[in-house]
Design a protein around this ligand. Structure first.
Ligand SMILES: [Zn+2]
Ligand SMILES: [Zn+2]
Length: 311
């Protein structure tokens, strides 16, 4: 790799418009993107240096829950599927909140996810486990080809310049988020020494560990939720309902339901299918933050049923 190429790759970490769709067609792994991803995992090991405190654990959990909600409810159900409506301000606010999860910007995320629904488990499905488990889990977004956005899939989103800007410079959002978490720990160390925390401990728990768990749990929906679990509906793909993934992802594990009727705001179709994201969306609708949540029509609830559940 020439020095110019390396420079361009490093620049692309900060400005994703630096890479064009036509220049990025190879399915080869992009090592310049793997390095920061691996580094994020390795930094988590610093937990053995900084130790833990109850407050650091609580902040990590809150940081996980808040950002998982932004990913599942907004990146997925809103930006990708338009399962409900909201204002332009709330759309941008939750787009920024979703970007703190370090899963790129909402337009990139939605463009690849919409293609997943079009080609689900077919050859063109970029993260089907049929191409191998590791590929479906992490390989697909670490390869050159999938770095860029398929703009023709997201015409409704690219018309908002603020979202385009967010997508272009998405990496600055988690950087600012991580600095804020560090600052919180730094403040608590001097203001409340009895909490036994500090900036570095809070950064490792509240950003790095929380983000890595969050990223992998989100990725399980692409990988494991197309392998493990039960099928209620004949969706023509391998999507599954998996209660454990649903628990970890605040409702996204009801993935066979979701492939059956993707524009529904709820993915747990029955009362026993716990769907935390939907309950919170419902709550937000009472306050007028969002509206027109798409229901699952009763005729679709019982259509295309598989007679006998298979595992
Ligand atoms: Zn799927
Ligand atoms: Zn979807």
């Amino acid at each position: 790799m020439s020095l110019k190429n390396v420079f361009n790759k490093v620049l692309a970490w900060f400005d994703s418009s630096n890479v064009k769709l036509e220049d990025n067609i190879s399915e080869a792994i992009d090592w310049m993107r793997v390095i920061p991803f691996l580094l994020m995992h390795l930094i988590c090991l610093l937990v053995f240096v900084v130790g833990w405190s109850p407050i650091a654990l609580w902040v990590a959990l809150a940081s996980y829950g808040l950002r998982m909600f932004a990913i599942t409810a907004f990146y997925h159900r809103y930006f990708s599927h338009k399962a409900f409506k909201t204002s332009r301000i709330a759309q941008f606010f939750f787009g920024v909140l979703g970007a703190t999860a370090t899963q790129r910007g909402p337009i990139w995320w939605a463009s690849h996810h919409r293609r997943h629904h079009i080609y689900s488990d077919k050859d063109q499905d970029i993260h089907s486990p049929k191409h191998g488990f590791l590929w479906s889990h992490v390989g697909w977004f670490l390869c050159l080809k999938n770095f860029t956005t398929h703009e023709h899939c997201v015409r409704d989103l690219v018309k908002f310049p603020e979202l385009v800007l967010l997508d272009r410079f998405d990496i600055f959002v988690p950087i600012i988020y991580a600095i804020s978490i560090f600052s919180l720990g730094y403040y608590l160390e001097s203001a409340y020494p009895e909490l036994h925390t500090n900036g570095m401990q809070m950064l490792i728990w509240g950003y790095f560990i929380s983000s890595i768990v969050l990223i992998h749990c989100t990725l399980f929906v692409n990988s494991l939720a197309h392998i493990l679990g039960s099928k209620r509906y004949d969706t023509g793909d391998d999507s599954r309902n998996n209660w454990l993934i649903a628990f970890l992802t605040m409702g996204e594990g009801w993935h066979n339901n979701h492939h059956h009727f993707p524009i529904s705001a709820r993915q747990g179709f029955f009362w026993w299918e716990i769907d935390m994201s939907y309950y919170l969306l419902k709550l937000m609708s009472y306050f007028g933050v969002i509206w027109e949540l798409n229901p699952i029509p009763s005729n679709r609830l019982y259509s295309n049923l598989i007679q006998k559940d298979e595992n």
